[in-house]
Design a protein around this ligand. Structure first.
Ligand code: TYM
Length: 330
C-alpha cells in the first residue's frame, strides 16, 4: 500500500542543516515509494512578521532547495501553500472544533510567544496548528515526515481528525508522524540544550545550507564540546559531541561505532576538522545546485504552477465533501 505523504517547511530565514537532516533528507527517500506533497508553507511563515519582498524571494529559494536536495517534481506535488486557498478555508473550519486549551499547550506557541506573553501574541500564531492540521488532512495524508519538534502538532492533527469524524461522519484519515531515530532534533552548535533554529541570533549556532566553506569551517571549529576529549556517542551525558556525531553520521552514512573507532585516541580538533570537510563535501554541491535552480526562475515557476494545479484539484475535491458534511453553503 502506498502512503500519501505531506510535509512542509516555512520560508523564513535560510534553511539549515537541521531542516535538511530532520526533514528534507527523509523526503527524498520517501518520494521513491509513495505519493508525496511537499509544500512551502508561506502562510505559516507570516504568523510572525515578515518583510514581504524578502518572503517572496525566500519562497523561490525554498523551492530551489527542495529541487537541489533531490525532490523530483514529476514524482511529487511541489507547491506553495497560499496558492491553494482551501488550506486556509479548512484551517478556519478546524479552528471551530479545536479547543483553546489544546492550542495553549503547544510548545511552539509557548516558545514563540514567550517574549511578549500569550496575550500579546498574534491570533495567527495561536491558530497555527489548526492550519497545519488542514495542510495534512486535506490530502488524506497517511504519513507526515517531520523533525521531532513537530510531533506535538501532528498529534493534535490526529485529535482534530478524530473529533471531526465523530461529529460529522468519517471524513478524514488519521495520519501518522514519521520521525527518524537519529537526527530528528539537531541541536545548536553553541548550546546543545537548544534545538538548531533558523532564527537563532548567536552567530555560529546554525549551519545554513547556503553557508560558504569558510563559514562552515569556522562554525564547526568554534562549536562547543565538553572537557572529556573523547569522541563517544551518548546524547544524555555528551550532548554536544553526540550532536556533532549525528551530523557526521548523516553526512557520511557511517555508524556511531565507526565514527568512535575512527577518532579513537584523537582530540576534538581532528574530529571537528574532518566533520567540517564532510559537511563541505556534502553541502557544497547542494549550495551550487540551489543557485543553479535560482538562475532559471521561469522553469522554477513552471514546476510550482504544475504542483499548484494538482494540489488545487485534490484539495477542492476534499473540501466539497467537508462543506457538505458541515452543512455549509446551499
Ligand atoms: P519548520 O519550517 O520549522 O521546519 C521544517 C522541518 O524541519 C524540521 N526541523 C528540524 N529537524 C531536526 N533538527 C532541527 N533542529 C530542526 N529544526 C526544524 C522540522 O521538524 C520540520 O519537519 N510547522 C512546520 C511546517 C509545516 C508542516 C505542515 C510540516 C506546516 N504545515 C504540515 C508538516 C506537515 C514547521 O514549522 O517547520
Amino acid at each position: 500500500m502506498k502512503d500519501i505523504v505531506f510535509s512542509g517547511i516555512q520560508p523564513t530565514h535560510q534553511l539549515h542543516i537541521g531542516n535538511y537532516i530532520g526533514a528534507l533528507k527523509q523526503w527524498v527517500h520517501i518520494q521513491k515509494e509513495h505519493h508525496c506533497n511537499f509544500c512551502i508553507v508561506d502562510e505559516h511563515a507570516i504568523t510572525v512578521p515578515q518583510d514581504p519582498k524578502a518572503l517572496r524571494d525566500r519562497i523561490l529559494t525554498t523551492a530551489a532547495t527542495y529541487l537541489a536536495v533531490g525532490i523530483i517534481p514529476e514524482k511529487t506535488t511541489l507547491f506553495v501553500q497560499s496558492e491553494v486557498p482551501q488550506h486556509t478555508e479548512l484551517g478556519w473550519l478546524l479552528m471551530t472544533i479545536a479547543k483553546i486549551g489544546e492550542l495553549e499547550r503547544m510548545t511552539q506557541f509557548k516558545d514563540k510567544s514567550r517574549k511578549g506573553g500569550a496575550a500579546g501574541a498574534g491570533v495567527g500564531l495561536f491558530g497555527y496548528p489548526a492550519l497545519m492540521a488542514a495542510d495534512i488532512l486535506i490530502y488524506d495524508t497517511t504519513l507526515v515526515p517531520v523533525g521531532d519538534d513537530q510531533l506535538q502538532h501532528v498529534e493534535l492533527t490526529r485529535v482534530l481528525a478524530r473529533r471531526f469524524n465523530e461529529r460529522f461522519g468519517e471524513t478524514f484519515v488519521v495520519p501518522n508522524p514519521l520521525i527518524q531515530k537519529v537526527g530528528a532534533r539537531i541541536m545548536s552548535l553553541q548550546d546543545p540544550a537548544k534545538k538548531m533554529s533558523k532564527s537563532d541570533t548567536a552567530e555560529t549556532a546554525t549551519l545554513f545550507l547556503t553557508d560558504t566553506d569558510d563559514s562552515i569551517r569556522k562554525k564547526i571549529m568554534r562549536s562547543v564540546t565538553d572537557s572529556e576529549a573523547l569522541v563517544h556517542y551518548d546524547p544524555e551525558k555528551k550532548p554536544a559531541v553526540s550532536n556533532l556525531m549525528t551530523i557526521y553520521h548523516h553526512m557520511t552514512g557511517e555508524t556511531m561505532k565507526d565514527i568512535e573507532k575512527k577518532f579513537a585516541g584523537k582530540g576534538y580538533g581532528d574530529f571537528k576538522k574532518d566533520l567540517a570537510e564532510q559537511v563541505i563535501q556534502h553541502m557544497g554541491p547542494l549550495r551550487d545546485k540551489i543557485n543553479h535552480y535560482l538562475t532559471d526562475k521561469t522553469e522554477l515557476k513552471k514546476i510550482l504552477d504544475a504542483g499548484r494545479d494538482t494540489a488545487l484539484k485534490n484539495a477542492e475535491a476534499k473540501m466539497k465533501v467537508v462543506r457538505e458534511r458541515m452543512g455549509l453553503g446551499r
